[in-house]
Design a protein around this ligand. Structure first.
Ligand SMILES: O=C([O-])CC(=O)C(=O)O
Ligand SMILES: [Mg+2]
Length: 536
């Protein structure tokens, strides 16, 4: 306990047990008189936390309360979150984290995470020494340019790095001291934000492209020298930068992009599972995307790998995937097609979104636009006209930006839609059935990837790891869950999911010779032994 004593111990968030210190400990650590008489078990403390939490009547107030708890008593925060993940995750993560980012400068209390601005150029390695931890294994970094579907939120985007780190700890058991949220604050082009008198970020427009790239380069190099064992997760960069950095760094640096690869794996898993409900063959599917950004093209690229692994050749695989943009179907005749979408721009007459559904008859429709309401009634009805059980996945976050709500998907499909969404929806009563929408969020993937990289000390994060993660996630969904129409396992099983993904990542790391670590044969036990369990 680092020789902490008295009030210093009592107020240390990592080591305090607060009212949980036993009388013997109170004697030993100079705590007598500093606490009320009764010793509270962790369970009792959790009960008290939930009581206080539930009396707050807005999500943002709950977020503020939980954040304060994290700053006060880390183990109590994480134990509460793990034991009550379905209640807490939407408060710490999407959708509430979206609001928390918007309000970041107004609800700010204590600095968490690490901030880098253009004024740190040339000194990032030096200032990283200010971070008090020596053994960082996971870094979540954002530049705040595309926070969820909310756009450029500048330094307020730190909220997303903090939220993702909380998920690494709660969902995969990475130790909190080994995680680091980072904000690469290169300015913001969101003028009203810059003009907000309470704004805390670098209050200038985003720096120019060359200056920006070299700062990102310096950051990546600095991390490699200060924290050679760290995994870097790029989060919520704008789409072109997300792809650029993934292409540049992934072949050499232990990193991945969550919005491209994490989202792709969770979506692919949902598609696999949907086949168990529709009884369709995966290799027979046609998949249509609305949106051409990171999540959509990342998913299409991973789906190509998956189709190839299932026996199709590359061109057959590409032909299963179709893209819709603002103007309608993206065809080979379009001009200025984004390079990553080109392989999916097929020979086809130009047509509207609805007409594309009626002629191509996609089995699966995926929305990744960041724009609310883009799956209209006409779209969902057309999907239902060409499918007995249309699969509709509305990925955009937070809830206010979702392509359609669960209720809309069920109403407009006469209760037949197999629906999943990036942000959670409550079960929906449709006629006399209770339909349970699933949450297709990369939270099922990235924590397990991180744990697997930690456990295997793999040098790189590869596409086969995401393919394996998708397989694992799909195979974990139980018959009972399938029966209720859900394409993902219950969130209450997320630690089990992360553990299984981590084991699969270790296996890939061994097969692909990405690790020199000799791991025990019983990978399951080994990985479990690394998982942090917050207890006193
Ligand atoms: O944060 C989430 O809920 C999922 C995600 O990566 C995004 O929407 O950008
Ligand atoms: Mg994201």
């Amino acid at each position: 306990m680092k020789n902490l004593h008295g009030r210093t111990l009592l107020t240390n968030p990592a080591y305090t047990k607060s009212t949980g210190f036993t009388h013997a400990e109170r004697e030993l650590y100079g705590l007598r008189g500093l606490l009320p008489y009764n010793v509270a078990s962790l369970d009792k403390q959790i009960e008290r936390v939930l009581g206080s939490l539930r009396r707050k009547n807005s999500a943002i107030e709950k977020y503020i309360f939980l954040n304060a708890l994290l700053e006060r008593n880390q183990r109590l925060f994480y134990r509460t979150m793990i034991n009550h993940i379905e209640e807490i995750m939407p408060l710490v993560y999407t959708p509430t984290v979206g609001e928390a980012c918007r309000e970041f400068a107004h609800i700010f209390r204590n600095a968490q995470g690490f901030y880098i601005s253009p004024e740190d150029r040339g000194e990032i390695t030096t200032i990283l020494k200010n971070w008090p931890e020596e053994d960082i294994r996971v870094i979540v970094v954002t530049d705040g340019e595309r926070i969820l579907g909310l756009g450029d939120l500048g330094a307020n985007g730190m909220g997303i790095s903090i939220g993702k780190v909380a998920l690494y700890v709660a969902c995969a058991g990475i130790h909190p001291a080994q995680c680091m949220p980072v904000m690469l604050d290169v300015g913001t082009n969101n003028a009203p934000l810059r003009e907000d008198p309470l704004y805390l970020g670098y209050p200038y427009p985003r720096i120019n492209a060359d200056a920006y790239r070299s700062l990102v380069d310096e950051f990546v190099k600095a991390v490699q020298s200060r924290y050679p064992n760290a995994l870097i997760q790029f989060e919520d960069f704008s789409s072109p930068h997300a792809f650029e950095f993934l292409d540049r760094y992934a072949p050499e640096v232990r990193c991945f992009n969550d919005d491209i690869q994490g989202t792709a794996a969770v979506t692919l898993a949902g598609i696999y599972t949907s086949c168990r409900i529709t009884k369709k063959k995966f290799t027979d599917l046609n998949i249509m995307f609305l949106g051409t950004g990171s999540a959509a093209s990342g998913t299409a690229e991973l789906a190509v790998n998956a189709f190839i692994a299932a026996g199709l050749n590359q061109s057959q695989a590409q032909k299963r995937l179709w893209f819709i943009d603002r103007k309608g179907l993206v065809t080979a005749h379009n001009e200025n097609i984004k390079p990553r979408i080109k392989p999916f721009a097929h020979e086809h007459p130009a047509c509207s979104f609805v007409d594309a559904i009626s002629t191509i008859k996609p089995d699966v429709l995926i929305g990744a636009t960041g724009v609310a309401g883009t799956f209209t009634e006409a779209i969902v009805r057309e999907m239902s006209a060409v499918n007995e059980r249309p699969v509709i996945i509305a990925l955009s976050n937070p809830t206010s930006h979702t392509e359609c709500t669960a209720e809309q998907a069920y109403d407009w499909s006469n209760g037949q839609a197999i629906f999943a969404s990036g942000s959670p929806f409550d079960p929906v009563r449709y006629k006399n059935q209770l339909l349970k929408p699933a949450q297709g969020n990369n939270a099922y993937i990235f924590p397990g990837i991180g744990l697997g990289i930690y456990a295997s000390a793999a040098r790189l994060v590869t596409q086969s790891m995401f393919l394996a993660a998708a397989d694992v996630l799909a195979s974990i969904v139980s018959e009972q869950e399938i029966h209720s129409g859900a394409v993902y396992p219950s969130l209450t099983r997320v630690r089990e999911v992360s553990h299984a993904i981590a084991v699969a990542v270790c296996q890939v790391a061994i097969q692909e010779k990405l690790t020199s670590l000799s791991m025990p044969e019983d990978l399951g036990n080994y990985v479990r032994s690394l998982m942090y369990e917050p207890n006193y």
